[in-house]
Design a protein around this ligand. Structure first.
Ligand code: IMP
Ligand code: MG
Length: 171
């Protein structure tokens, strides 16, 4: 673990997540929201973000696989777990760890929009804009990052490092 380099400290993450929460509070003032977390990488982000949201909120989770244990996106998205409830007529905020090529997100966006939600927003902790293969943007972005492979704060490399409190780069 000593070869990992810290990119964002836990304090920087907490401050930014609080700002995203305030923005969501403003944008959806007086309305209920459903936070849909993309397992497993977004679990920690969702748990922190949700506690900065002072709205009537519920959680749901979706699981997809696109990477296997490799660092490269295969381009294939497989749905491992669907949402438990219908998203029809609801204010949906899809909560994702990283927006990378955009392939996963465009798949999930289509899937959820087929439910006819009242509103659909994307919250991504990190955005690797330079890697996009599919046009896709997030409404709430924690940090924009260059093309580096990051771990920690929920994010993994072959399932390891999710529990690191800081966001780190693997050299
Ligand atoms: P996309 O379909 O290429 O946008 O894939 C996004 C998914 O790839 C994210 O939800 C992450 O799970 C994973 N991913 C992309 N970059 C990284 C990284 O640097 N570290 C860990 N996971 C990553
Ligand atoms: Mg993910």
């Amino acid at each position: 673990m000593s070869d990992l380099k810290v990119l964002f400290t836990r304090e920087q993450i907490a401050a930014r997540v609080a700002e995203l929460g305030q923005q969501i509070n403003k944008d959806f003032a007086g309305e209920p929201v459903v936070l849909v977390g993309v397992l497993k990488g977004a679990a920690i982000f969702l748990s922190d973000l949700s506690r900065q949201i002072q709205l009537d909120s519920t959680f749901d989770f979706i699981a997809v696989s696109s990477y296997g244990n490799k660092k490269q996106n295969s381009g294939e998205v497989k749905l491992l777990k669907d949402v438990d409830q219908s998203m029809e007529g609801r204010n949906v905020i899809l909560v994702e760890d990283i927006l990378d090529t955009g392939l996963t997100m465009s798949y999930l966006k289509k899937m959820i929009q087929a439910h006819h939600p009242k509103a659909f927003r994307i919250a991504a902790l990190l955005d690797k804009k330079c890697r996009r293969q599919q046009p896709m943007f997030a409404d709430y972005v924690g940090f924009e990052i260059p093309d580096e492979f990051v771990v920690g704060y929920g994010m993994d490399c072959a399932e390891r490092y999710r529990n690191l409190p800081d966001i780190c780069v693997i050299p």
